[in-house]
Structures are given as C-alpha cells and as structure tokens.
Write a protein that binds this ligand. Structure first.
Ligand SMILES: Cc1cc2nc3c(=O)[nH]c(=O)nc-3n(C[C@H](O)[C@H](O)[C@H](O)COP(=O)(O)O)c2cc1C
Length: 327
C-alpha cells in the first residue's frame, strides 16, 4: 500500500470529514470529482464498541472506491483502541481505507462536554495515550485532525502536533481556528505553516484546512504553507466541482467553465436518488434538505426555494421543484 505521503504527493486534494454531510452518497460524488483522499463522517468509539447499528451503517464502505480515511471520535484510550481495531477489521474486507483519523478538532458542545474532539487539545497527555492506543491497535497509518488550540490564550497546536507524531501519527491535519472560534473569523494559516515546517523535520506530512473556497485560494495556500495537502470542507457543499477544479489546477490543467444549471440539476438529482437508494425515502429527502440549498445558492429565488423544499416529503416532489427552479 502506498504511504500517506505518496498518496498526497500524487493528489493533495482532500475531502473533509463532516458529520451529517460526508456520507456514502456524498463521498461517491467527491471521489468521482477526483479527490485524492476522502474522509468519512466521524464515528463514535463507544457506539462502535457497543455495536450501534446506525454507527455501523456509517461504516458502509463495501464496494466504495478509495482512498478513504475513517475518522474516529472519543476520549478513552481503551475504547478508541478497540474501535480502531473494529474499523480495521471491517476495512480489511474492502481494501479502500488507507488511514484512520482521530478527531481532536470538533468544537460541538455535546462532543467537548464528553472530553472528545477539540477538548483533547486541553489534555495533551490523554491525547497522547489515545494516539498511542490507536497506533498499537491497528496496522493502518493513524492521523490526527486538530485545531490551533482551545482558545486564543492556549494555542498549542505545535506542541500537540509534535506529541502525536512522537506517539506514531503518520499525518496531522490542522484547521486554522481555535475551538472558541467555532467557524467564525478567518482561518489562520500562519500556525499551519509552522506545523508543516516542524513536522517536515520529522518526515511527517501536514494537511492544511480552513476557508479554501476557490482554486486561487487553494493554490496560494499550497504554495505558502508548505503543506502536503489541502482539506476542503464547507465550500464543496453543493459545489463538488470545486474539488475537480482544485485537482485540475494541481496537475496544471486549465479551469473548466462553471457548471450550467442543467449540470447542477443532474448532480443534485443524482445525490438525492443515491440517498434514496442507500436509505429510506423519508430519511433521504430530509437529509437532502441540508444539501440542496447549497446547490442552488446564489441563484435568484434560492431562499424561497429552500423554504419550499423543506415542505416536501417525496423525492419525486423534490425533483419536480428542482426542475421547475433550475430549468
Ligand atoms: C456540518 C459540519 C460537520 C463537520 N463534521 C466534522 C467531523 O465529523 N469531523 C471533523 O474532524 N471535522 C468536522 N467538521 C469540520 C470540517 O472538517 C473542517 O475542519 C471545517 O469545516 C473547516 O474547513 P472549511 O473551511 O473548508 O469548511 C465539520 C464541519 C461542518 C461545517
């Protein structure tokens, strides 16, 4: 299997883990758009260890093209190690998983209240024990996704990055915000560049993350940060073409025209009907209420259309509304 550094050298465009967004249907789309590495949503360690059906459903990777990174979230070294082993066992059946990622960045209150996600940035020794346990439990490479720190007064990303690498992490991803910022303000790429320079000395690649909204921004970040990869989150929602455009730019291909309304319609419908195939129609239609506003963002009347979509219950109704709006 290629190393994670080789995978990123071949294609540094990474699709971010996003709970409620980067499920199977979405991952198939960004994979087709050419992403070099595609993350799952975060999976709870406890839920995996207790055989939670919904969480196992999120590990639906049978027949899915890779390279995939599966993200784990938790605060107990013991459960994280066990959950990692469960993922590795499942992944071994399909061969598409190349990385097991540990979430140390999630700012959500319900996560940090449990000592998970970005809360681990305030507990370096526990974080080390978690990485150590996961590295020992699996043969897959292990990575950590972190923020700059908990708040402005405790930006410890450099120290945390060194620590997790010393425990065996093969990759670190840094989102250029603190936990207290949530998603506000601008991502700060200076500390990301510092981490990239530091980990270069340890021969460990760094993926930079935060506010990559266009090819121009991506190119600048790649050139200035020294990162081995760029992770794209919110800006790809409703716009998976951004992944395609970033990948094309990386290999020196010229930009393609923006998708037409018809292409947007076809992509949104494909996304919708793949969700229906993978779930029941009721759940699929509700899930697409998150995505569809992003597909139509910026088109006059989009806000009213969003309100309308939220009232619809069947895929056929959603399709008819989208056709009427986009054609
Ligand atoms: C709806 C949503 C869900 C997210 N879920 C996760 C997650 O499960 N795991 C994680 O590490 N980060 C998660 N993130 C953070 C993103 O992976 C990414 O770090 C963040 O959005 C910044 O990148 P961006 O500016 O490209 O969006 C989530 C973000 C959003 C908006």
């Amino acid at each position: 299997m290629a190393s994670i550094a080789e995978i990123l050298a071949a294609n540094p465009i990474v699709s971010a883990p996003m709970a409620g967004v980067t499920d199977r249907a979405w991952r198939e789309i960004v994979h087709e758009m050419g992403a070099g590495l595609v993350y799952t949503e975060m999976l709870s360690d406890m839920a995996l260890c207790y055989g939670n059906e919904k969480t196992f459903g999120m590990l639906n990777i049978e027949g899915e093209a890779g390279p995939l990174a599966v993200q784990l979230c938790g605060s107990s070294p013991e459960y994280m190690g066990k959950a990692a082993a469960i993922i590795e066992q499942e992944a071994a059946k399909f061969g598409s998983v190349v990385l097991l990622d540990i979430n140390m960045g999630c700012p959500a209150p319900k996560i940090v209240k449990n000592g998970e996600g970005s809360r681990l940035m305030t507990q370096p020794e526990l974080a080390e024990r978690i990485v150590d346990a996961v590295v020992k439990a699996v043969s897959l490479p292990v990575s950590v996704k972190m923020r700059l720190g908990w708040d402005n007064d405790s930006k410890n990303v450099l120290d945390m990055a060194r620590r997790v690498v010393n425990c065996g992490a093969a990759l670190v991803t840094v989102h250029g915000r603190t936990r207290q910022q949530f998603y506000a303000g601008e991502a700060d790429w200076e500390p990301i560049a510092e981490v990239a320079a530091e980990l270069k000395k340890m021969s460990v690649p760094v993926v930079g993350n935060g506010d990559i909204t266009s090819v121009a921004v991506g190119r600048k970040r790649m050139a200035e940060s020294g990162c081995a990869g760029l992770m794209i989150g919110r800006a790809m929602m409703g716009n998976p073409w951004l992944i395609r455009d970033l990948v094309r730019d990386f290999v020196g291909l010229p930009a393609l025209p923006k998708p037409t309304n018809d292409e947007v319609l076809q992509m949104a419908l494909r996304h919708l009907y793949r969700q229906v195939e993978l779930r029941d129609e009721y759940t699929a239609v509700r899930l697409m209420r998150t995505h569809l506003p992003f597909y139509i963002k910026g088109i006059p009347g989009a806000a009213a259309m969003r309100g309308r979509i939220n009232q619809l219950d069947t895929a056929a109704e959603v399709e008819a509304a989208l056709r009427e709006f986009l054609i």
